[in-house]
Structure formats: structure tokens, C-alpha cells
Write a new protein. Structure first.
Length: 346
């Protein structure tokens, strides 16, 4: 029997526990959460809980991830998390473990890098990789931002106020979030806008340095969103007061359960006979899956595909593993991949 510990039982943690019980009832799944009095910031408590597990899925806020990852590495427990935090991922890359350490699972970063890497397979050369993702309310008329809270407000502020890693002319560099603005982007027949944001690229740009011309990640929003946010961030200087921005957004924005996740991935390159080619992935994932929100479904299934592949022997590396290094065939074979199956060639 496979023993899996899930740390953090918020929206994503509860979703993946429910899915594990439904799809893999033979696995033993034990959930733990800070809000129920379980001190997951205490090293002895973490060690005790991990000593009974073969796999840990860390859904805790990013500030708690380092302790969980380091303890899992020490004990040889396979570690998976959902963080967008670049510094945490870099620190985990330095850990030594007899089991895999796989941060940045989920949607973006996460599954979008697996999908993008798959689109490059069989190409003799790759020129450009562009990944775009947006988690949005299905109705864009909620407010002038066309936006409601579907996940973490803290994550949204980090995404808009940090620097984004991109590949330009084959070299890794950073650009300011909300730069690279595109006012019209078509995804699944809907016109959206896009701009660079921090965190969603994971390690994809770094992995293609020196091999591709450009690699970039952009967030999708309904038209008019980013110009308004640049006023808030730059003209009102809220980027210098992230705590104030977080408090204001949490109070002002509605929480959304009827949501949609738009995904667009484009890869251009050349085949073995030097023929130029473009490969695409287009998908709009709605909140109609199992009564959960689209962001719950896409994030929970993203990490569960990877965990499933590991338990079935397809992920065999030790220590830090990047999303783009993971085996697409095994991930796509998992029943948890179902929400992502549509979208190729669109």
C-alpha cells in the first residue's frame, strides 16, 4: 500500500485528497493542516508525520515549504509541491535525497511546462515557446478589472509585482511583470489580453537557454485589466506596499466559484528536413468538473498526474526534478490527466 501525506487542506489540498480517495482507494492518504491545530511548522511534528509516508504533497503556503522539503529529503520521502516561489525552488535544487524532489507542480508552473515540452518532441530545432494561462470568472462583467479571486490574493500580488524570467536571443534574462502587453489574444474563440507575470514559467526558460531563441510565460486576462492594474501598481506606487495592495484586493474583489481556465501554448521550430512548423495547445477548462472550480481541478490534477507517474515507477530520478524533465507519456496515461486531454492541435 502506498502511504501519502498531504500537508495543507485548503481548496487544492481538499480537492486532491477527494480525488485520491475516488481514483486510488487502495492508497492510504493522510491529510494534515495548520488550521486544525497540527503544528506543521514544528520540525519534530513534521518528521513524525513524514516518517509514516512514502510521498508528501505539500500544499502549504510557500513560507512553510522549505522545512517540509528538507525533512522529506533527509528521510528519503518523495516530495511534490505547488509553489510558484522561485527562491524556494532554487533552494530545493540544492537538496540531496534518495527520492525525487519535484516543486512547482500544479497548473502554472507545472502542467503547462509538461505540455510545452511535449510539443517540442521530434523537432530538430526549437525557435520559440510561448505559454499563456489565465484563471478567470466565466463572466467578465463583474467589475472594470473583469476579475474575481479564484485562488490566492498573495499569489496574485507576487505575480504582478515581481520580475519574470524569459529567454531572449537564447539568453536567460528578467523582465518586469505586466510588460510585454498584448491587447488581443485569441484563445478558444475568446479575445483576451496578455502580459508577462512572475512565477508561471517555472524552470522552462532556464532549461531551454542556448537551445531556443525565446521562451516566455504570460498571464491572460479579459481586455482592459492590465492597464488598470498598471495604474494601481505604478501610478499609485502600490508595488512598494504589497501588504496594502493585498488587503485592498481581498476586500474589493469578489470570490469566484464559477470560473474558467484558459490555456494557450505555441511552439515554433523546424522538423528534421528543415520545414518550419508550429504546434499548438488550446484549452478552456470550466468549473463543471466534479462540482469543483476550474482552478481546483487544473491544479489538483496537475500534481496528481505526476504523483501517479511516480507511484507507478515512471518517475525514477533522485533529488530535484524539473517539470520539463518529467515523462509525458506516463503523465498523460494517468486518469488524473483527463481534464487536460483536449487541446492539442487547436
Amino acid at each position: 500500500m502506498t502511504h501519502i501525506a498531504v500537508f495543507g487542506l485548503g481548496h487544492i489540498g481538499t480537492s486532491l485528497v477527494r480525488r485520491l480517495h475516488a481514483v486510488r482507494p487502495q492508497w492510504h492518504v493522510r491529510g494534515s493542516d495548520l488550521r486544525t491545530g497540527q503544528n506543521l511548522t514544528d520540525p519534530d511534528t513534521v518528521r513524525r508525520r513524514l516518517s509514516q509516508a512514502e510521498v508528501v504533497i505539500d500544499c502549504l503556503p510557500y513560507m512553510h515549504n522549505p522545512l517540509i522539503a528538507a525533512t522529506a529529503a533527509e528521510l528519503g520521502v518523495a516530495y511534490f509541491n505547488l509553489t510558484e516561489d522561485v527562491r524556494n525552488a532554487a533552494a530545493m535544487a540544492q537538496l540531496t535525497s534518495s527520492a525525487p524532489i519535484v516543486p512547482q507542480c500544479g497548473l502554472a508552473p507545472g502542467m503547462v511546462s509538461v505540455l510545452a515540452q511535449h510539443l517540442t518532441e521530434g523537432l530538430a530545432s526549437v525557435e520559440d515557446i510561448t505559454v499563456m494561462v489565465g484563471a478567470l470568472p466565466r463572466t467578465p462583467t463583474l467589475n472594470r478589472l473583469g476579475y474575481g479571486v479564484t485562488w490566492s490574493v498573495e499569489g496574485l500580488v507576487n505575480e504582478y509585482c515581481g520580475d519574470a524570467y524569459v529567454l531572449r536571443d537564447g539568453a536567460l534574462t528578467t523582465v518586469r511583470a505586466l510588460d510585454g502587453y498584448e491587447p488581443q489574444v485569441d484563445v478558444a474563440g475568446v479575445t483576451l489580453e496578455a502580459a508577462y507575470t512572475a512565477g508561471g514559467i517555472g524552470t522552462l526558460a532556464e532549461s531551454w537557454a542556448g537551445r531556443a531563441h525565446s521562451v516566455a510565460y504570460k498571464t491572460l486576462r479579459y481586455p482592459g485589466h492590465f492597464p488598470f492594474f498598471r495604474i494601481l501598481r505604478d501610478d499609485l506606487h502600490l508595488s512598494q506596499h504589497a501588504d496594502v495592495m493585498t488587503t485592498w484586493l481581498r476586500a474589493a474583489l469578489p470570490t469566484i466559484t464559477d470560473d474558467i481556465v484558459y490555456m494557450r501554448i505555441d511552439v515554433t521550430g523546424r522538423t528534421a528536413d528543415h520545414t518550419p512548423t508550429t504546434r499548438t495547445y488550446r484549452h478552456a477548462l470550466t468549473s463543471d468538473h466534479d462540482g469543483e472550480t476550474a482552478i481546483q481541478t487544473s491544479t489538483a490534477c496537475g500534481v496528481l498526474c505526476v504523483v501517479d507517474a511516480y507511484v507507478h515507477g515512471a518517475v525514477t530520478g533522485r533529488g530535484f526534478l524539473r517539470q520539463e524533465e518529467l515523462p509525458y507519456a506516463a503523465i498523460a496515461h494517468s486518469p488524473f490527466f483527463a481534464p487536460y486531454r483536449e487541446g492539442f492541435g487547436g
